[in-house]
Design a protein around this ligand. Structure first.
Ligand code: BTN
Length: 244
């Protein structure tokens, strides 16, 4: 069943993700599809405790889903969200050469144009009941070095609310399929946008660092690399990837 979206738009707030989290934690009646979207953020949050910089005309949204999945499946939802953003970019400009970097960065010409932050808002033993998915997409400006924005690659100006609606609908489609068929269905699509097999990568996972060659992602969405030291295939369930 497709998600019924309830979009709440603000002008300027600290962070859509923080606001979504506060609202959901303070009021149990918010349902799947509750969206917080903002024109600007003053304290956008990124993964690993970093800051997501504000850029004029960019898209900032966070939404609630109630997947009732295992903690291991959160990674799959993160890859799935990346695919939904990737599809939305291509719906607007089919010729953009996007690359997906595990788990969910989207790059154009090696520059980042989108970030995804997923946080558990409610869980019961081993079941994740509520997840907040935050997405920042550089539609019109590139706020930091190493970033780019979609409008650099399109002739027409992108309509932000149209982009957001399409993104939410795309996410809903992917999510429904994932619920019915699992992540394996998306493996081929994800790999068709990822870096090539054999690409040299290093992965920082907690305090450990592994270098090796990208092999694939497995049907559960884990990163598989051939470790330079042991020459063995190694499964990475979480971490930050640097393409060398
Ligand atoms: C990352 O690349 O580390 C993830 C960045 C996620 C940024 C988005 S912007 C909308 C939402 N609100 C936030 O404070 N963060 C996410």
């Amino acid at each position: 069943m497709s998600i019924k979206w309830a979009i709440n738009t603000f002008d300027i707030i600290d962070s859509t993700q923080t606001m979504l989290k506060d609202m959901v934690l303070n009021d149990d009646s918010h349902e799947e599809g509750f969206v917080v979207s903002a024109e600007r953020q003053s304290s956008g949050r990124a993964r690993h405790g970093r800051t997501w910089e504000q850029g004029e005309g960019n898209l900032y949204l966070s939404f609630l889903i109630t997947p009732n999945c295992t903690p291991q499946q959160i990674g799959q939802l993160s890859l799935l969200t990346g695919l939904a953003v990737n599809k939305t970019i291509h719906d607007h400009a089919s010729n953009i050469d996007t690359r997906l970097k595990w788990p969910n960065d989207i790059l154009i010409n090696d520059l980042k144009c989108c970030g995804i932050l997923i946080e558990t808002l409610q869980s019961n033993e081993d079941i994740i009941q509520k997840l907040g998915i935050g997405i920042g997409i550089n539609l019109a400006s590139s706020p930091i070095e190493g970033s780019t924005n979609i409008s650099c690659y399109t002739v027409d100006k992108i309509n932000k609310s149209e982009f957001q609606n399409r993104l939410l609908n795309n996410f809903s489609d992917y999510y429904t399929l994932w619920q019915d068929y699992g992540f394996e269905k998306f493996l081929h699509e994800w790999l068709s946008f990822s870096y090539k097999k054999g690409t040299d990568v290093s992965v920082k996972s907690g305090s450990s660092k592994v270098t090796g060659k990208f092999e694939t992602i497995d049907p559960d969405g884990n990163l598989m690399i051939v470790c330079n030291e042991s020459l063995k295939l190694r499964k990475i369930t979480s971490g930050e990837v640097f393409v060398l």
